[in-house]
Design a protein around this ligand. Structure first.
Ligand code: ATP
Ligand code: MG
Length: 311
């Protein structure tokens, strides 16, 4: 079943008298149930605007959006979705328990189920125990972010929207959030999230979409978008005479000397073979040959830079 669908979704904001800003320019997207989808794009690309449209917080200028087959204009959809905003607001005098209790009341979760649900969520996000009695003003950024995710799950939603869940977190905090997302993924939830942390996106997502200036520039599985062929490589060697090194310098893309070691980068397989031959023939020692895989960051930069050159 399709969890999230948009058809020609457009949003134009009025920015002054006779001034308009077309932020989303006809988005067509289909996300399957159980999929983890990473929505990427530079600042101001229109990612949060898309989320707000999907959540029914703002209305499209034209086009439509559906969650599990229901139009996002339908209030019933609110029960199917959970949302972690880009900058969540916390009532800092409340404890984690009180905060989740407050949100569960908004969903009319009955008293006897409420306690169980809050306990499950605190345990899922690793806040069970002494933290749950602590006022939120004493929480670290990572703890608040985990609580924000717990809040987004209070109604046991099928589709979860997370706007920048990794923002401002250290590597440990990011791993904790990744682990929570993995648990949600394992339980069959559909997860749609925006992020600038591309290394995390690569680890988590089934598919990604790259939005640039309100238009989807790339969409697909990371392995389909990224060129995984091993054409490009980095070779480290030492003990080669200057003449042979110069020969390699003529066709490598970059060469750097580190004390007695040299590092050279090549863009195609033929150059790699040629360099290895020169090193071995010249009685140099090969330390390593490392294939350089294209990353999601390369794809992202390519899409964003191409767009800037066009405009
Ligand atoms: N209510 C609004 N009125 C006018 N313009 C708006 C409004 N909301 C957003 N915009 C504009 O829409 C554009 C896209 O904003 P949006 O917040 O969707 O970007 P984003 O991709 O989420 O960026 P970031 O990565 O910085 O969070 C920006 O140019 C912003 O100024
Ligand atoms: Mg945003």
């Amino acid at each position: 079943m399709i969890a999230i669908k948009t058809v020609g979704l457009r949003k134009v904001f009025k920015t002054g008298i006779a001034k308009k800003n077309e932020v989303l320019k006809g988005l067509d997207l289909e996300i399957e149930q159980g999929e983890t989808f990473g929505y990427l794009g530079p600042n101001g690309a229109g990612k949060t605007t898309t989320l707000k449209l999907l959540l029914g917080l703002i209305y499209p200028t034209s086009g439509s959006a559906f969650i599990l087959g229901e139009s996002t204009r339908n209030v019933r959809v609110k029960n199917l979705i959970g949302f972690l905003p880009e900058q969540p607001y916390f009532y800092t005098y409340l404890t984690a328990w009180e905060f989740l209790d407050f949100y569960s009341q908004l969903f009319d979760i009955l008293g006897k189920f409420r306690k169980k649900r809050i306990e499950e969520l605190l345990s899922l996000v690793g806040l069970k125990g002494k933290c749950e009695k602590l006022q939120l003003r004493k929480f670290s950024k990572g703890m608040l972010q985990r609580l924000g995710i717990a809040q987004a799950l209070i109604n046991d939603p099928q589709v979860i929207f997370l706007d920048e869940p990794f923002s401002g977190l250290d590597p440990i905090g990011r791993k904790e959030i990744r682990d929570i997302i993995f648990k949600l993924k394992d339980s069959g939830k559909t997860i749609f999230f925006c992020s600038h942390i591309l290394s995390d996106v690569e680890l988590i997502c089934d598919r990604v979409g790259i939005l640039v200036d309100g238009q989807l520039r790339a969409l697909g599985k990371i392995e389909d978008l990224v060129d995984t062929s091993l054409n490009s490589a980095e070779i480290a060697f030492y003990g080669l005479k200057e003449g042979s090194k110069q020969e390699i310098r003529n066709f490598c893309t970059q060469m750097v000397d580190h004390s007695d070691k040299t590092l050279a980068i090549f863009n195609d397989r033929e150059s790699v073979d040629r360099a290895v031959k020169i090193i071995t023939d010249g009685k140099g020692s090969l330390i390593s040959l490392t294939p350089v895989r294209q990353t999601l960051e390369d794809i992202f930069l390519k899409e964003v830079i191409t767009e800037k050159q066009i405009s």
